[in-house]
Design a protein around this ligand. Structure first.
Ligand code: NAD
Length: 478
């Protein structure tokens, strides 16, 4: 059954100004399951105007009151967990277990931001000039225009919504055209919690709705989670419009370094999770494994056993490990990378099951990849990882850093000194030791190099969405 969802602008549910709609397929079957408004530039204008009108009132609302709205929303999200998870599972093609886990994180993130925003600080206030008191404030910027991706639609949106609203900005959010439904459900849960215009959602494509939002002269900050190419488009749009602030969370190509003293069974478990969770559609996916030559055969044997038995069953079954990828075009793109890796002639493929319906593709390990191969340098964003051997610790750190991406990396070793040295040398925003993938709202997430700038989550994200202001109060006659 196809259902229809409107957009949320200025506190009301609305169709696109020209009545256009987008249909969205379920990745597990390829069949249309829902449709949503295909917003227009006029809709973006209306949403930005509503957000601008709501800004002064929301900016002056005490942070504790904003926090109360967030805490209520967190309770509602928790009570709605199974509906939200069901939407995300169908829309993205996620196994229900993963969708439930993500929805549980949403409530926790809302609660974190509700509390943390109450402790945002300026530095010391004192008389740096005789008779004049200096105070540092952190003030909101105005209207924020945020653009979210399709891989973790609601979680990535929450990383944008929470710091923006909790610091007193108002927001226009554009979800991915592929996955608008969970954030529209969130708006249903939140609609009576925020004054009209504080929180707006315009659905539609990047090329029109997204582009007009990030180029809008009344938007003071744009935040994006998406590809490097889209990040570049935002930089151009900012330069050509009003030099708005940018917050960019972009792609990744996370290396996994398995040193000679590592626990191989642990590394296999964490690589499986890191590479195939969410069908590898994760900016931090464990997408290139470097293993010390002494452990290569044991690691590859472990991966082979795990990949060939990976459960790609019913999405509604909590034991299912992996689903399809997001679209037919993306499946073809992922399979193109695998074909070309095979065509190098120096690799061997280990592949798991492919149900052969919808947008499924087989989980794949490319064994024998060489530094410089496309499979090692380009972001695949699918259920594919590679294995490369190394002999020398310095070489492997140089190979890991030899990339334009810098989002995440992991190190498997039981040698504390080596862990300290290597984590210091790796140029990535998150480095795990003996793990790969976990995140927590208290800690920042963001990239070095072309993986973006700015941090999601943590107190640092709250700071990104504020401007520092110096207020100097002079004594009479001073
Ligand atoms: P994408 O860049 O194609 O799209 C992201 C969003 O930007 C979508 O809503 C899209 O409609 C919009 N968009 C596209 N062109 C636009 C334009 N010119 N102006 C304004 N908006 C535009 O990315 P995607 O395919 O949705 O997601 C995959 C990418 O996101 C991968 O590269 C992945 O690594 C990255 N990602 C990064 C993080 C992170 O935290 N760093 C997290 C998840 C995904």
């Amino acid at each position: 059954m196809t259902f229809h969802r409107q957009m949320f602008i200025d506190g009301t549910w609305t169709d696109a100004s020209d009545g256009a709609v987008d249909t969205v397929p379920a990745p597990a079957t390829g069949e249309t399951f829902a449709e949503t408004a295909h917003g227009t530039v006029a809709d973006v204008d209306r949403a930005v105007a509503a957000a601008e009108a709501a800004f002064p009132g929301w900016a002056r609302t005490p942070v504790g009151e904003r926090a109360r709205a967030f805490l209520t929303l967190a309770d509602r999200v928790e009570a709605d967990l199974s509906t939200l998870a069901e939407i995300e599972s169908r829309n993205v093609g996620k196994p229900i277990g993963l969708a439930l886990e993500e929805m549980g994180m949403i409530a926790d993130h809302l609660r974190f931001f509700a509390g943390a925003a109450r402790s945002v600080e300026g530095r010391a206030a004192t008389e740096y000039v005789r008779g004049k008191t200096s105070i540092i404030r952190r003030d909101p910027l105005g209207v924020v225009g945020s653009v979210a991706p399709w891989n973790y639609p609601l979680l990535m949106a929450i990383w944008k919504i929470s710091p923006a609203l909790m610091t007193g900005n108002t927001l226009v959010l554009k979800p991915s055209e592929h996955t608008p439904f969970s954030v529209l459900r969130l708006a249903e849960l939140a609609q009576d919690l925020f004054p009209a215009g504080v929180f707006n959602i315009v659905t539609g494509h990047g090329s029109d709705v997204g582009a007009s939002l990030v180029a809008h002269p009344r938007v003071r900050m744009s935040s994006l989670t998406g590809s490097v190419a889209t990040g570049r488009a935002l930089m151009h749009a900012s330069a050509d419009s009003n030099l708005k602030r940018l917050h960019l969370e972009l792609g990744g190509k996370a290396p996994v370094l398995v040193f000679a003293d590592a626990d191989v069974a642990l590394a296999v478990d964490k690589i499986m999770e890191g590479a195939f969770c969410n069908s590898g559609q994760d900016c931090m996916a464990a997408s290139r494994v470097y293993v010390h030559e002494s452990l290569h055969d044991e690691l590859v044997a472990g991966l082979e056993k795990a990949v060939t038995t990976l459960d790609l069953g019913d999405l509604a079954d909590e034991n299912t490990a992996m689903g399809p990828v997001i679209t037919a075009a993306h499946r073809d793109r992922v399979e193109g990378f695998v074909e070309r890796a095979k065509a190098t002639g120096h690799t061997e493929l280990i592949q798991g099951a492919n149900p052969g319906v919808g947008f499924y593709t087989a989980p794949t390990v490319v064994v024998g990849a060489r530094q410089g191969d496309e499979i090692i340098t380009k972001e695949v964003f699918g259920p594919v990882t590679s294995v490369t051997t190394f002999g020398d610790d310095d070489d492997v750190v140089a190979w890991a850093n030899d990339t334009e991406y810098g989002l995440a990396a992991s190190v498997f070793t039981n040698d504390l000194g080596r862990a300290m040295d290597v984590t210091g040398d790796l140029q990535f925003g998150t480095v795990w030791v003996n793990d790969h993938l976990p995140v927590t709202p208290e800690m920042p997430h963001g990239g070095f190099k072309q993986s973006g700038n700015g941090k999601d989550m943590s107190i640092y994200a709250l700071e990104e969405y504020t401007e520092i202001k110096h207020v100097m109060i002079s004594r009479a006659g001073a």
